[in-house]
Design a protein around this ligand. Structure first.
Ligand code: THU
Length: 130
């Protein structure tokens, strides 16, 4: 299955009764395996989790720690941008040049790099004096 098909498929399982905004994310890791995740909302709103976080958790649970490519899809008027927290989460496991495709369910895609999503990212190098 392609990264886009995986993201599109998992999006259907999103639990989003509060926002009605279903998001799907899929990641490709070095083994070639694809990990996918969807948003999971909660009646205590801040406890909800994003699609990207779910996909990353699945990848880590499977024993992989590197993202080679990512795809995020939602039924939005323009390609869905990852939220700020998800940009930092992606940057934890993806090099700056990693391709992230933002997509709408009707087929519009925008390709970005992780470094473009999170310019001036906080990283481990900033803690070197600690
Ligand atoms: N959402 C994601 O899953 N990923 C993003 O990067 C943007 C936002 C979800 C969170 C919430 O369940 C819904 O979209 C509306 O914010």
């Amino acid at each position: 299955m392609s990264l886009s098909d995986a993201a599109r498929k998992v999006r259907e399982n999103a639990y989003a009764p509060y926002s009605n905004f279903k998001v799907g994310a899929a990641l490709r890791a070095p083994s070639g395996q694809i990990y996918s995740g969807c948003n999971v909302e909660n009646v205590a709103y801040p406890e909800g989790t994003c699609a990207e976080a779910g996909a990353i958790a699945a990848m880590i649970a499977a024993g992989e720690t590197e993202i080679l490519e990512a795809y995020v899809i939602a039924d939005s008027p323009s390609p869905v941008p990852p939220c700020g927290g998800c940009r930092q989460k992606l940057a934890e496991f993806a090099k700056g040049e990693v391709k992230v495709t933002l997509a709408t369910t009707d087929g519009t895609e925008q390709v970005m790099k992780v470094a473009d999503l999170l310019p001036g990212a906080f990283g481990a190098s900033h803690m070197e004096n600690s």
